[in-house]
Ligand binder design. Structure first.
Ligand SMILES: [Cu+2]
Length: 214
């Protein structure tokens, strides 16, 4: 490489770094503007829902949330996120079935602008013809809801609700405050038994667990 070429490459890289840093600051301040505490860090939390996971010999198959960590799906029994951060939550829902929820859980809550970005027909085996690139919405229809990712505080008050339609990917951002210990629960009756609240719905690491802000 000639000296002039090296100079050129250095300028390109420097330009990229400056531009990249600028973009990050804009994104960060934009996300934290609705929060009392500025979110200094940005964190990606990716959850994957698969169905027909072996539960036991009587209940057999159940749906389950996993956390995507590196290249692995790990247990969702304890989900950790940093405090005072903007969390970029992505839920990839491979479940292809509908479930029922109390109507309040069809609406997004606690996310930026109480909205979620939904991309439909992301199931690898889908033969659907919906070619939508996705859109922001506040609410999921009762006909398409499969699961929710709902977080409760110690007083059992709902502080975050992200509804997840079947065969879809949902993206949302929210900010965390100080450290705290919360509970997450799917509110769609996707488990076993007459009411659908057995099996996965009452087992940590399946459709419920701890949500720890640290
Ligand atoms: Cu569920």
């Amino acid at each position: 490489m000639k000296v002039s070429d090296q100079m050129f490459m250095t300028i390109i890289i420097a330009t990229f770094l400056v531009f990249g840093a600028g973009m990050y600051m804009v994104g960060s301040s934009g996300h934290s503007s609705s929060s009392q505490n500025p979110a200094a860090t940005s964190y990606n939390l990716t959850l994957v829902i698969t169905h027909k996971n072996y539960y036991n010999s009587t209940i057999t198959a159940q749906p389950s949330y996993y956390v995507l960590e590196g290249n692995k799906l790990v247990s969702s029994a304890n989900i950790y996120v940093p405090s005072y951060a903007t969390i970029h939550l992505t839920i990839i829902d491979y479940d292809n079935g509908n479930a029922t929820v109390p109507s309040q859980y069809l609406s997004a809550l606690g996310t930026q602008n109480n909205s979620i970005f939904v991309v439909n027909q992301t199931n690898a085996h889908s033969t659907g013809t919906n070619t939508s690139l996705g859109s922001f919405t506040h609410q999921i229809s009762s006909a398409s809801i499969a699961h929710t990712f709902t977080v409760f505080n110690k007083n059992n008050q709902e502080i975050l609700n992200v509804p997840s339609p079947y065969d879809s990917t949902v993206y949302a951002t929210f900010t965390t405050q100080g450290a705290g210990y919360f509970t997450w629960q799917c509110e769609a009756d996707c488990g076993s038994g007459a009411g659908g609240w057995g099996g996965a719905m009452s087992t940590p690491g399946w459709m419920t667990g701890s949500f720890i802000v640290q």
